[in-house]
Ligand binder design. Sequence first.
Ligand SMILES: C[S@@+](CC[C@H](N)C(=O)[O-])C[C@H]1O[C@@H](n2cnc3c(N)ncnc32)[C@H](O)[C@@H]1O
Length: 258
Amino acid sequence: MRFFQVKSFLNHWLDVVDEHSIHSPFFFDFYYQVIRKKNDPVFIEIEKVRGRLLSNQSFVNAKDLGAASPHFKGAKRTIARIAATSLNEEKQCALFYRIARYVEAKHILELGTSFGITSLYFSKIEDAKVTTFEGNPAMINIAQTNFDYFNQKNIELIEGNIDHTLSDRLQNPEKIDFALIDANHQYEPTIRYFNLIAKRMSDHGIMVIDDIYYSEGMAHAWNELKKHDLVYGSIDLFRCGILLFDLNLNKQHFIWSH
Ligand SMILES: C[S@@+](CC[C@H](N)C(=O)[O-])C[C@H]1O[C@@H](n2cnc3c(N)ncnc32)[C@H](O)[C@@H]1O
């Protein structure tokens, strides 16, 4: 962890509250059904694919399209190292799955597919359609192979730089119930992607911003987004931030551990 992340983590840890300070029935339910829930369905087959990626020493060209990765110097990287450093871990994927399931998501958007592990988790939600965006050709290739392996027909992979592909895709007026923003971890693109997607969120929709303390820019973006006019509740889990669009919520902000 870099100095900024250590400092942010300590602040987060000092501010964390538990269930005793939750008075809203919605947040109370969300805390137990989503954040604290332990008996997840187990995604053994998807995790086996992650295991194979983690031991694959082949090199791919993985030039950063978003914020520069602190883990690599050049663009030539092993699949194993990318899998170890840039994918969401099993615990995190299961959390995203539970959030999307909690809102009974029919349409899920993911910015930043990478090898498609999290997209595969989402694809297991009954009746859900997953639209995932990736710009790196090597990642696209591997993600598509993984989707084909599972014969998963409810995932659409949009190829190309999100700066160009997202607004095109959002011409489609279909509402989004769950969105995961996990691509270009910098202030300006995060705000820009939020503004594009927020207009399309359904009334009960939830958006997750990953890596909110990746950098000062990301923390700045998170601070702005949780106060945004269209956001009616937010939860800071340190590793990611959850934004809720339901008008019936009371503009409450929580800091929880996960
Ligand atoms: C952190 S990884 C995504 C991890 C994935 N969501 C998961 O949970 O496993 C970020 C991905 O976003 C992609 N990305 C970053 N900026 C992008 C951009 N502007 N357009 C398209 N893809 C981008 C990168 O190539 C990388 O594969």
